[in-house]
Design a protein around this ligand. Structure first.
Ligand SMILES: C[S@@+](CC[C@H](N)C(=O)[O-])C[C@H]1O[C@@H](n2cnc3c(N)ncnc32)[C@H](O)[C@@H]1O
Length: 279
């Protein structure tokens, strides 16, 4: 059984090094085929947002949404980005919460962490801290964060229940979970799910949307909502799947409209002490 976490770490380490050596971060099948960029990770931010960021932070963007645009961050808040990569969403969050707030990035891959810290130095922002660690074991105290953001990372974890329990633990009562992720609609073919590279590329590890809601509820969250931001068609997935050696035309009906990028919202209830105690 391959170690998913090690494969993910290696892939994103290589992606960080590609940016550091002047290339693009793109990884996965689309990059292998045509250089850059797949329909999931491209054109997520507008120029007004990226204009003031270090170029390497923008080049390292590997998310599937724009959680900072949807999360309604307020001045003075503490934000935590799960799987912060090159730091784009942390740097954007830091601006939104202002000098009285704080933006943490949590990242397990050393090369990404080094890139994010270099980007922070270049951006000259002080209300940012990049932490080394895993999203299954968040190195922050209970009830210490106002908003958890994440951009296409929860789907990479082999233990999503644990990630969601940890997110719930570190959020303050009333704290918000505001995450971009790839989710599927209905069942997906086993051969798609089983491809490790697809997993790394954000798809095969994605949860079915109702499963995602159930897991959030089981972790203790309320006010759960999943809003599609991009629904992918067969053509969007062609390069991605062809790179995996999959005959796209043969499986088109099972792929078309079955996976999407979505914005996932949930709230940690105010009068709740843990999963199950509110019911
Ligand atoms: C899809 S990229 C997204 C990076 C960033 N959020 C962005 O939007 O550009 C996934 C990032 O999450 C990190 N990552 C994946 N699994 C992780 C885990 N279990 N714990 C911590 N970081 C993880 C990877 O190293 C990688 O940098």
């Amino acid at each position: 059984m391959p170690d998913i976490k090690e494969i993910v770490r290696e892939k994103y380490g290589q992606a960080a090094l590609r940016v550091t050596t002047g290339g693009s971060s793109c990884c996965g099948a689309a990059a292998a085929l045509d250089g850059c960029c797949d329909p999931i990770t491209s054109n997520l931010y507008d120029a007004g947002q990226t204009g003031s960021l270090p170029e390497a932070a923008v080049l390292a963007s590997l998310g599937c949404g724009n959680p900072t645009a949807l999360a309604e961050l307020k001045p003075g808040e503490t934000v935590l980005d799960l799987g912060s990569g090159g730091g784009i969403d942390v740097l954007l969050s830091a601006k939104r919460v202002g000098p009285g707030g704080k933006a943490y990035g949590l990242e397990m891959t050393d090369e990404m962490l080094a890139l994010a810290r270099a980007n922070q130095r270049q951006a000259g922002v002080e209300n940012v801290e990049f932490l080394k660690g895993e999203i299954e074991n968040i190195p922050l105290p209970d009830n210490s964060v106002d908003v958890i953001i994440s951009n296409c990372v929860v789907n990479l974890s082999a233990d999503k229940d644990r990630v969601l329990r940890e997110a719930f633990r570190v959020l303050k009562p009333g704290g918000r979970f505001a995450v971009s992720d790839v989710v599927t609609r209905g069942e997906m073919l086993p051969e798609i799910r089983s491809s490790i590279l697809m997993w790394v590329g954000c798809v095969a590890g994605a949860l079915e949307q109702n499963q995602y809601k159930d897991k959030l509820a089981a972790a203790g969250f309320a006010q759960i909502d999943i809003e599609p931001t991009r629904i992918y068609r067969t053509e969007d997935a062609r390069a991605f799947l062809t790179g995996e050696g999959i005959d796209v035309d043969a499986i088109a009906p099972q792929v078309d409209g079955k996976f999407m990028s979505a914005f996932i919202r949930a709230v940690k209830p105010i009068a709740c002490c843990g999963p199950g105690c509110c019911s």
